[in-house]
Design a protein around this ligand. Sequence first.
Ligand SMILES: NC(=O)c1ccc[n+]([C@@H]2O[C@H](COP(=O)([O-])OP(=O)(O)OC[C@H]3O[C@@H](n4cnc5c(N)ncnc54)[C@H](O)[C@@H]3O)[C@@H](O)[C@H]2O)c1
Length: 250
Amino acid sequence: MSKFDGRPIIVTGGASGIGRALVAHLAAEGAHLGIFDINGSAAEEAAAATPGTASAYCLDISDYEAVETAVQRFEEDAGPVYGLVNNAGWDEARPFVDTRPEFWNKVLAINLVGPLNVTHAVCRRLQHREEGRVVSIGSDAGRVGSSGEAVYSAAKGGVIALTKTLAREFARRGVTFNAVCPGPTDTPLLASIDASGSGRLVKALERAIPMGRLARPEDFCEVVSLFLSPRSGYITGQTISVSGGLTMHG
Ligand SMILES: NC(=O)c1ccc[n+]([C@@H]2O[C@H](COP(=O)([O-])OP(=O)(O)OC[C@H]3O[C@@H](n4cnc5c(N)ncnc54)[C@H](O)[C@@H]3O)[C@@H](O)[C@H]2O)c1
């Protein structure tokens, strides 16, 4: 019997970066993956490359109706959903005073409303099933702040608070909620944030990180898999940084 034994798990943003590495890892551990991504062709490609069972659903997680439809379709394809990884995210680094409400709304829609939508659609189903796991990919920006990322940091702090609150609400229903906070990670998102293209940001980060390198997408797989495991039912409401020692919380 494999670790996940065919259990259906949704990974949002599973077409790229951290999400794509999670999809490959969890599929190899026997989960039935649903890749929920706004980039439909990349999601199809990730599903085809997955060593196991995975299917792609093209949607914008900030659209509640689209989320509800996709969760319903995933359950028809894979069976009752067991797990969710809220991973899709987006940002552009800009000084706060230079930003406008249109930009805030986009950042909040993807990084906070999106996780609310998918978590709501999944939890409405999990509440009567007595087994379920939700893991949200936060950010150290949501724990310690990040210059140039005020609204994103606020959204990620919101995701961490959501995780703790739902951990309490669902504590007696067999559903756990935990958050994993990446430090700077070598993905297309970080490349787009380093808008200068000079690589100066990456070099500065590498100097600051005690382990001397950026995270790689694969660095998050073991901890996410641990939180998702059917054997981890007594761990809930926790937030862990995976950042090569850059952030250490008591
Ligand atoms: N890369 C980093 O340095 C870093 C650091 C801390 C936290 N994170 C977080 O890790 C997570 C993954 O980021 P990544 O670096 O792998 O990014 P990425 O850009 O490589 O992948 C993000 C994925 O999310 C999808 N996506 C974006 N908006 C969407 C929407 N509205 N609906 C559905 N899908 C959408 C994209 O199409 C893409 O496939 C994000 O939550 C991000 O905030 C990343």
